[in-house]
Design a protein around this ligand. Structure first.
Ligand code: SIN
Length: 232
């Protein structure tokens, strides 16, 4: 009886030890650039966080997509777009991230594992996100109650407020003015309002209610229906 109890205890301890070890290895594998074992280098997966159009249109091959959030940032329509949703004559507005201690920004993280996919994704994103002057590496969470991130070192594109590095930055304005600008602007990737409404839909699909964005979408709909009434 006693020996079978000691045996179970031993088994449990061994199991917990090997489970913790495999968890440690998995975390190492996901979070670091690469690691070397005795014979070869193990390449790590790359993760990209999307909080704007990347949520509904990745545009590159990926192996996994997780819905979740990053901490201490909020999504704001403060970036001017002259290449996608506007023109140099009449810029549109797209989202960027603003530091906001205590807040969170929901979106989607994409895992890219194959070396050829990583290269293609980076080449593609560097063109698509060329008006975003900064890349940050952040902790990504999937569980609002978790204190440790699901993934660390997730890459994210940010348009900074530094006008020298980011001449297209527009910054804050009233909800009415931002919505008016979005309703009017159109660029090579389509109308700016389509970007706003698609982002609203994509966020609702992942269960996120973003007040700044919903206020803008409601105001844009109000402007559009008012102009329809005036025209008819
Ligand atoms: C992003 O989606 O993460 C960047 C902003 C955008 O392309 O809309």
């Amino acid at each position: 009886m006693l020996s079978s109890f000691i045996c179970s205890l031993f088994f449990l301890t061994q199991f917990r030890l090997s489970f913790s070890l495999s968890q440690y290895c998995l975390t190492k594998f996901l979070c670091c650039g690469s690691s070397r074992n005795s014979n070869h280098i193990i390449k790590m997966a790359m993760w990209v966080f999307g909080y704007g159009s990347l949520i509904w249109k990745a545009g590159f091959n990926y192996d996994d997509r997780l819905v979740g959030f990053i901490k201490d940032y909020r999504r704001v329509f403060y970036q001017g777009s002259t290449d996608h949703r506007g023109t140099p004559e009449y810029p549109g507005r797209t989202v960027t991230l603003e530091p906001a201690p205590g807040e969170v920004c929901w979106g989607a993280a994409y895992k890219i594992s194959k070396e050829e996919d990583k290269e293609t994704a980076i080449t593609y994103l560097e063109v698509r996100e060329k008006q975003y002057d900064k890349k940050a590496y952040v902790d990504f969470f999937t569980d609002p109650l978790a204190t440790t991130p699901a993934i660390s070192g997730v890459m994210v594109y940010i348009a900074s407020p530094d006008k020298k590095l980011n001449p297209n930055y527009l910054g804050p304005a009233s909800i009415e003015d931002i919505a008016k600008q979005i309703v009017r602007a159109e660029g090579p990737s389509g109308p700016n309002r389509e970007y706003l409404f698609q982002l609203e839909k994509a966020l609702l699909q992942i269960g996120c209610k973003d007040k700044h964005l919903m206020d803008l979408a409601n105001e844009a709909r109000r402007i559009l229906s008012e102009s329809e009434h005036t025209a008819s």
